[in-house]
Design a protein around this ligand. Structure first.
Ligand code: NDP
Length: 239
């Protein structure tokens, strides 16, 4: 594993599911990891919890300022926090649309707006945003979620250009998972999950650790020439 010793990493939504697998992986590689979310978690493995609600500008700023006061630099951002609020478009309330966009899309914007320029100032850093197979292909009942995840791809490609324009090695990439076994899938009926499995080449769902491996690679120096790209981690899925 590539060493991340001396690096400070922020993982939004880092307390459960894919985000927790990322926190663990980065910690194993030696980084100082802040797993950030709304609900507190106590870790005994060296991962630090910090409160964060990406829907609130002040909460994002507090996190940024606390970590900067403690370390003076932030080297890695895994912008992973995300939610779903599914329903057919005709029945989708504007509140449901806005809540998903506020969290998944604007939440990423808020974090990158603070941390991206800081990485430029300090002379480098790596950002990975978490998209979805749904942002690439669309999905019935997920217009709000698909919009947020497609938007993440456009924002991230823009940032890859923006933060590199002064010759600074700040890299920005998107990881787009397929269907991964986490709490997010809990509400889905078995027959629907099986339908998704059938659409993968590998004929199975993914594990959070399989996404974390790719994110850990992307934020490491092993990926020093990789930026502005979308990496699918979906078992060969086409929706
Ligand atoms: P989980 O529901 O397991 O975890 C979501 C995490 O986000 C939790 O830590 C949650 O903590 C945090 N979170 C939610 N809202 C906020 C908020 N407003 N501010 C800060 N943190 C928040 O989901 P997954 O691990 O499955 O998903 C992680 C990412 O991967 C998401 O962006 C999701 O869209 C994406 N993804 C997931 C797929 C899957 O199949 N599981 C497929 C494709 C993409 P708390 O509630 O305490 O705030």
């Amino acid at each position: 594993m590539n060493s991340l010793k001396g690096k400070v990493a922020v993982v939004t939504g880092g307390t459960t599911g894919i985000g927790y697998a990322v926190s663990l992986k980065l910690r194993e590689a030696g980084a100082d990891v802040y797993a950030c979310a709304r609900h507190e978690k106590n870790f005994t493995n060296g991962i630090r919890y910090h409160e964060l609600d990406v829907r609130k500008k002040e909460s994002c700023r507090r996190l940024y300022e606390d970590i900067m006061a403690a370390h003076g630099h932030i080297d890695i951002l895994a912008a992973n926090a995300g939610i779903i609020a599914d329903s057919m478009t005709e029945k989708m309330e504007e509140e449901e649309f806005d809540r998903v966009i506020e969290t998944n899309l604007k939440g990423v914007f808020r974090m990158v707006r603070l941390i991206g320029p800081q990485m430029e100032r300090q002379g480098g850093g790596a950002i990975v945003t978490v998209g979805s197979v749904v942002g690439e292909y669309g999905n019935i009942g997920q217009a709000n979620y698909a919009a947020s995840k497609a938007g993440i791809i456009g924002m991230s490609k823009s940032w890859a250009k923006e933060f590199a324009r002064k010759g600074s090695p700040v890299r920005v990439n998107v990881v787009a998972p397929g269907y991964i076994m986490t709490d997010m899938l809990k509400g889905l009926p078995e027959h629907l999950l099986m339908k998704f499995v059938e659409k993968t080449m590998l004929k199975r769902l993914g594990r959070p650790e399989e996404v974390a491996e790719v994110i850990a690679f992307l934020v490491s120096d092993a990926a020093s020439y990789v930026t502005g790209t979308v990496i699918d981690v979906n078992g060969g899925m086409r929706l």
